[in-house]
Design a protein around this ligand. Structure first.
Ligand SMILES: [Fe+2]
Ligand SMILES: [Fe+2]
Length: 180
């Protein structure tokens, strides 16, 4: 089965519309952190990068009287739930392997526990990598959602990440070849 690339995901109009809502620069930066944490911890970097890139795709903008309202957000936010579903639908549309699509969706569902009544979640390694990657890019006051990145730079970074994933997969395959 051909790998669905991050570039294909990035270019899809659904990703363009909803990932931008919570910040393209943040999404790309989390995807890079996810790659590094995944490589360190022996987690599949393809899944980690996709989940990292799509983790905030479920964001909704909570406005009151034309102003973003943090209290409204805190009370009503379910972006991790919505994001898991939205990302899953997008990945299946792009012909992602259904088992991978489910794992990515679960990592998105659990990337934050701020919406859950009991915060004692136990995460599996992929889910942990995505949560750590998000934390690594957080800035006080949520300013990480508003950093700017040009379309050109975004696409360049996304393509680079696809190359890194492919190189990593190749090197793993070579390591796993029996010595002749
Ligand atoms: Fe989030
Ligand atoms: Fe985030």
């Amino acid at each position: 089965m051909k790998r669905v690339t991050l570039t294909e995901i990035y270019r899809h109009p659904i990703a363009q519309k909803y990932v931008k809502r919570a910040g393209m620069a943040h999404a790309i930066s989390v995807a890079y952190h996810a790659f590094n944490f995944a490589a360190e911890r022996g987690v599949n970097p393809d899944l980690a990068v996709k989940a990292g890139f799509l983790h905030d795709i479920g964001h909704y903008t909570w406005y009151r009287n034309g102003q973003w309202d943090y209290n409204l957000y805190k009370e009503n936010d379910i972006h991790a739930i919505k994001g898991a579903e939205r990302a899953h639908k997008l990945l299946i549309r792009l012909d992602e392997n259904p088992v991978s699509a489910k794992e990515i969706a679960l990592a998105i569902l659990l990337h934050t526990d701020s919406y859950l009544p009991d915060r004692g979640i136990r995460r599996e390694p992929l889910q942990e990598v995505v949560a750590l990657a998000d934390e690594a890019d957080e800035e006080p006051g949520g300013t990480h959602h508003y950093r700017f990145i040009s379309e050109e730079k975004a696409l360049h970074m996304i393509k680079k990440l696809d190359e890194k994933i492919e190189e990593h997969t190749l090197s793993q395959d070579n390591e796993n070849q029996p010595a002749s």
